[in-house]
Design a protein around this ligand. Structure first.
Ligand SMILES: Cc1cc2nc3c(=O)[nH]c(=O)nc-3n(C[C@H](O)[C@H](O)[C@H](O)COP(=O)(O)O)c2cc1C
Length: 197
């Protein structure tokens, strides 16, 4: 079984979001039979993924038309399809997440691979994962502006991933806040998510 960890924590080990993801992975492996799971991590910060352009889109469409889905162009989409569980860790940036994550998701979102259209024009997700967890941390409160997670939930509908979970540690940049307490309470929420999986 494969757990795909999409690491969009741009600050590496300094990242509080990354700390929460490590907590998640540790608890996940403890709760499941560890030897049954293989973790595949994508460290987006160090990956060279480019947004689609007119030229690269034309190339992709050409490959899709010929059903050349084993081309490297589709490696990220194929990896997403084959994952049994997905963890995305991304800091809350500009009301959503770092642009590199959007670029990655653009590369995953391929008609004919991660989703197909039925003869009636209804999208049908092709991903194997039964659930996806999204972890974030933010400087202030997220409140009604949870656009990153809302977008991920929408993509999960498209990709055919039926269940999503969310954990956040918020208000971490507010001077005087007890960061340890906020992080501990988010780790408790992570424990609850793992129990639900
Ligand atoms: C480029 C950038 C954009 C940010 N945008 C927001 C924002 O819109 N709202 C907010 O509450 N915090 C914002 N923050 C603060 C981060 O969400 C916060 O510091 C978070 O904990 C960083 O995560 P990390 O420790 O995993 O890097 C931003 C930080 C950066 C660097």
């Amino acid at each position: 079984m494969k757990l795909l960890f999409v690491n969009a924590c741009m600050r590496g080990k300094e990242s509080r979001t990354h700390q929460l993801c490590m907590d998640y992975l540790e608890k996940f492996l403890r709760a499941k039979k560890e030897e049954d799971w293989q973790i595949e991590e994508l460290d987006l910060n160090s990956m060279d993924i480019q947004p689609l352009t007119g030229e690269s889109l034309a190339r992709r469409d050409f490959l899709s038309r010929d059903k050349k889905f084993d081309d490297d162009e589709f490696a990220l989409a194929n990896q997403m399809i084959e994952a049994d569980h997905v963890l995305i860790g991304a800091p809350y940036w500009d009301l959503s997440f770092p642009a590199k994550l959007k670029t990655y998701l653009e590369r995953c979102s391929v008609t004919g691979l991660t989703f197909i259209y039925s003869p009636q024009g209804v999208p049908e997700g092709q991903c194997r994962a039964s659930s996806l967890t999204y972890i974030t941390t933010s400087g202030s409160a997220i409140a009604d502006f949870n656009f990153g997670y809302e977008y991920i939930k929408g993509l999960c509908c498209l990709f055919g991933i039926p269940r999503t979970h969310f954990a956040s540690a918020e208000e971490l940049d507010i001077i005087g806040n007890d960061i340890h307490k906020i992080m501990t309470s988010t780790k408790d929420k992570i424990t609850d998510i793992i129990d639900e999986l």
